[in-house]
Design a protein around this ligand. Structure first.
Ligand code: ATP
Length: 306
């Protein structure tokens, strides 16, 4: 019987998630593949955030017994600041995002948002507080206006237009004969990776959450588009508490704090300058990426010379 009900449970949850405008998360975490393990506690109150801090307090987590992914991890993201999470592949960076959204509960320790243990409040109210710009955003087969306003019920035209302006979408929209009414997605106008990112940023601006999770938000873009989008992302980050998961260190070097994760533990943390001075794992990753970039540059230059 449990086996029969479990898929229905999952479907109901996915439906609720999509209805709440969290479809980007669905893409990011491939929800259908994710076992839904977390339930609200009976009578859980809604999360009310006055000061949007994020705290991981001695968090231990593994997806399966016997394999620890996060091992007693502690850090604090002060309200309104930006913390980047970097580290080798498989270190547990995206897992931190999944725990913050409470797709899983830690086996030890607590995750606190605005000082509240997120395990004790409703998941819906928690997810309302967090906006996400994932690597690859999902668009609906609907108008541009719908895609931007999605997730914020009652968003009016003025708000949608302002968000489009702030996300630097207006040059695109003003070229389209049907403007905001242009259908996009599989059966409409195909947007480039950068344009899709801008729609995701505009959508997040309309939602106006106090906390942001950027999961490698620009890694799928070419360098020039990445630079443009990074500028727009900076505006989105203003006044919000931001966690940025990153591979390319150049995109997060100006963060208020950088956490270097290695095998589920905090190897080191600090600003870019402090971490370089330390000469540890971050400095090693930085010089490796810098020489890779120089290599790419030289390859491009020699191609051009041929
Ligand atoms: P990358 O930089 O490659 O994206 P990451 O640091 O974000 O890596 P995570 O995605 O957090 O790493 O994964 C950490 C570890 O947890 C990996 O070894 C991964 O194989 C494992 N893992 C991730 N998701 C699951 C899952 N649903 N079930 C079991 N193991 C998982």
């Amino acid at each position: 019987l449990i086996q029969l009900f479990r898929p229905l449970d999952v479907l109901g949850w996915v439906y609720r998630t999509i209805r709440q405008g969290l479809v980007d998360m669905a893409e990011m975490f491939r929800l259908i593949d994710t076992d839904i393990e977390v339930k609200d506690v009976a009578g859980a109150p809604a999360l009310i955030v006055r000061t949007p801090t994020v705290v991981f307090d001695n968090v231990t987590f593994g997806y399966e017994p016997g394999r620890t992914i996060l091992d007693g991890l502690s850090f604090k993201v002060p309200a309104g600041s930006t913390t980047a999470i970097v580290g080798p592949s498989g270190a547990g960076k995206s897992t931190i995002g999944r725990l913050l959204f409470r797709f899983y509960d830690p086996q030890g320790g607590r995750v606190l948002v605005g000082g509240e243990d997120i395990a004790l409040v409703t998941q819906d109210s928690l997810r309302q507080q967090i906006g996400i710009v994932p690597q690859d955003s999902v668009l609906f087969n609907e108008s541009l206006a719908y895609n931007i306003g999605y997730g914020a019920e009652g968003a009016d035209e003025a708000l949608i237009e302002q968000a489009a302006r702030d996300a630097a979408l207006m040059p695109l929209i003003s070229r389209l004969p049907e403007g905001f009414g242009t259908m996009v997605g599989e059966r409409g106008l195909k947007l480039s990776g950068g344009e899709k990112q801008r729609v995701a940023i505009a959508r997040t601006l309309v939602k106006n959450p106090p906390i942001l999770l950027l999961d490698e938000a620009t890694s799928a873009l070419d360098t020039r588009t990445e630079q443009e989008i990074l500028g727009t992302l900076k505006r989105l980050e203003e006044g919000r508490t931001t966690i940025a998961i990153a591979h390319r260190l150049s995109t997060i070097a100006d963060s208020d704090n950088i956490l270097v994760l290695d095998h589920g533990r905090l190897a080191e943390s600090g600003t870019h300058t402090a971490l370089l001075a330390k000469g540890g794992l971050y400095a090693e990753m930085w010089s490796r990426q810098a020489s890779e970039q120089r290599g790419e540059g030289e390859a491009v230059a020699s191609e051009a010379a041929e």
